[in-house]
Design a protein around this ligand. Structure first.
Ligand code: PRT
Ligand code: ZN
Length: 283
């Protein structure tokens, strides 16, 4: 039985449970439970505070964990980063009151910086030869300058809205984070096998993200040009249609290129274009 620690509530909880659903592993999203077993995969979920997840995985209490890379880095524990999961994206930045003039990292010499990430900050300060005082605060770091507790903050930023509404400006982006799947050092052979199955499924979900399935009717004469427009995994699928001189072409495209491709395909005579969502891609 593989035990996976995920956040019990907070920003990563919903997407962590949704990710399991996406790869066909049913898990309970009840926030009142501490431990719950999947009904269709030999896996149990341990719900806890994100701060505790790196340690729980490093010690082997759980084999795997889903947590922000920022927490893993801050705790400095010995765990393997198995996969970046593509959600919970954020950065940890230095921010100062917006009226302050900023002339580079040396600004922070002699300043007091409030943060919940003292280890990541200490490393940054050492690397940049800055001598500053770190004030450790566990919540509402953004109010520290206005409250006179610190001159600056080192905190998580995503949209930047919290900084703006507290009269602060972001001056150095130090650490980039997203949710990651981590594994502890003591995985058994059976755990490894289950982890491989999870990774296989995750990869198929990842590959399908941002992809669309295109179907269209195309004059037979345009097939060669359409193949150049649509470089699918191997090559697009072409099927004959009952109507003479026409075929049906299917392909997978990146959503980012979708409208550009559609314009090019219409220009060579494509008609009846259907755009469908892609659930999974098994390469
Ligand atoms: O209770 P528990 O300890 O489990 O949760 P928590 O309160 O410590 O963490 P939580 O749920 O707030 O965040 C969990 C993880 O989500 C973090 O460790 C990050 O990896 C990731 N994450 C992504 C974020 C954000 N985006 C984020 N915006 N974590 C926090 N924030 C906060 C930030 O602290 C600041 O207060 O949101 C504010 C900034 O947001 P913007 O959009 O205004 O810039
Ligand atoms: Zn936390």
């Amino acid at each position: 039985m593989l035990r996976v620690a995920i956040q019990s509530k907070g920003r990563l909880n919903e997407e962590s449970t949704a990710l399991f659903q996406e790869i066909g592993i049913s898990v309970d999203d009840s926030k009142r439970k501490f431990l719950s077993q999947s009904a269709n995969f030999p896996l149990e979920v341990l719900y806890m505070r994100d701060d505790d997840i790196p340690q729980v995985v490093a010690s082997g209490t759980a084999s795997l964990g889903i947590v922000g890379l920022n927490e893993v880095e801050e705790k400095g524990v010995d765990v393997e980063i198995v996969e970046r999961l593509g959600f919970g994206g954020c950065r940890i930045s230095l921010a100062i009151p917006k009226a302050e003039e900023y002339d580079g990292p040396q600004y922070f010499n002699g300043k007091r910086i409030a943060t919940s990430y003292p280890n990541i900050l200490r490393k940054y300060l050492a690397e940049n030869g800055i001598d500053a005082k770190i004030e450790i605060i566990t919540g509402s770091v953004e109010i520290a300058p206005a409250a006179g507790i610190a001159d600056a903050i080192f905190d998580i930023v995503s949209s930047g809205g919290t900084l703006v509404s507290n009269g602060l400006k972001e001056v150095e982006k130090v650490f980039w984070s997203e949710a990651v799947l981590i594994a502890g050092p003591g995985l058994t052979d059976e755990d490894r096998k289950l982890l491989e199955e999870i990774q296989f499924r995750l990869d198929s979900v990842k590959v399908s993200r941002g992809k669309k399935y295109l179907l269209m009717n195309l004059p037979q004469a345009s097939v060669e040009e359409a193949v150049k427009i649509l470089p699918a995994m191997r090559s697009p699928t072409v099927m004959p249609l009952a109507a003479e001189g026409w075929c049906s072409m299917h392909s997978v495209v990146d959503e980012a290129d979708l409208w550009d491709k559609i314009r090019q395909l219409k220009a060579i005579g494509a008609e009846g274009i259907l755009v469908l969502n892609v659930d999974k891609i098994i390469p």
